[in-house]
Design a protein around this ligand. Structure first.
Ligand code: GUN
Length: 291
């Protein structure tokens, strides 16, 4: 079994990005600039956003963090988005999800200018992605593609089973793995809560992408010998051995399946670091388009 070391890959890509930023600065251009909008006090959202800002600092990007109170109005958020859309000093931005219940996420998403939508959530980018056109790919699927590419994992003609149909991970991932090209050219099965026999589907998979948010869901008897397993789950579970009292665990039972699969991404240290890296690659792309 080979461990898909997302942390190490992310460090490598970080150096590549930094070299590109240095080149941009040397040729008289400004550094790429990412903005993030964070609403409320959700601890996971705060942690994700600070990781993104820290990454910006590490590679030499400019960054802007806009924080708003939990009670912010939708009109106020739309006005922030309008400013970001028009501000030429900002190449790309994200609105961290989830938003409070009184805010219509769909309306917010539609207001983001597609050229600055480095999360790749706007239907314009999603549609282009689905048609194989140049687009910002959503960060987690993009990070997974980069992981498959850099570990040179063959995908052509393989049977890929995706677990979960979210707009952010499972949905786009199923499209990307079936697209022409590499990584891609898979036969894809997209499974979800209404799938009759998830175990039966998984047992036929050469590549499994697990994104359902249930800790340890995928067990050894659900996978075939030599499968490639990408674990997207980031589940907070109680862990008395940790100072904080909790730890992170994935959607697959790592201890059970590690000796049965050919490749596996660990949690933490697998897909997570690749997601942030992919967002930074999108920001670089956004900046290059403008300059
Ligand atoms: N919440 C969880 N994942 C993401 C993400 O990739 N982008 C944004 N904006 N919010 C998220």
């Amino acid at each position: 079994m080979t461990l898909l070391d997302g942390k190490k890959l992310a460090e490598e890509i970080k150096l590549e990005i930094k070299a590109e930023v240095d080149q941009m600065l040397a040729s008289g251009k400004r550094a790429p600039h990412l903005a993030a909008v964070l609403v409320g006090q959700n601890p996971a959202s705060k942690a994700y956003v600070s990781t993104k800002i820290k990454f910006c600092e590490d590679v030499g990007y400019g960054s802007t963090l806009i924080t708003e109170d939990e009670n912010v109005t939708e009109e106020r958020l739309l006005s922030i988005i309008d400013d970001l859309n028009q501000n030429d000093a900002i190449d790309g931005y994200i609105v961290q999800l989830p938003l409070p219940r009184h805010i219509d996420e769909e309306r917010i998403n539609l207001a983001i200018r597609p050229e600055k939508d480095v999360d790749g959530f706007h239907p314009m980018n999603f549609g282009k992605m689905a048609q194989g056109m140049e687009a910002f790919l959503p960060a987690t699927p993009y990070g997974i593609l980069e992981m498959l590419r850099r570990y040179q994992i063959p995908t052509e003609g393989k049977h890929c089973v995706v677990l979960g149909r979210s707009n952010i991970v499972g949905g786009p991932m199923s499209i990307l793995m079936s697209r022409k090209g590499y990584p891609g050219n898979c036969t894809v099965t997209l499974t979800h809560s209404k799938t009759r026999d998830i175990g039966g589907e998984l047992r036929r998979a050469d590549i499994i992408i697990a994104a359902i948010g249930i800790p340890g869901y995928v067990k050894a008897d659900m996978i075939k010998e030599g499968a490639v397993v990408i674990d997207v789950g980031i589940n907070r579970v109680q862990d008395a051995s940790k100072k904080s009292g909790f730890g992170l665990t994935g959607d697959v039972d790592f201890a059970q399946i590690k000796d049965k699969c050919s490749f596996i991404s660990p949690v933490p240290g697998g897909v997570g670091p690749m997601t942030v890296t992919a967002l930074m690659l999108n920001t670089l792309k956004a900046a290059k388009k403008i300059h």
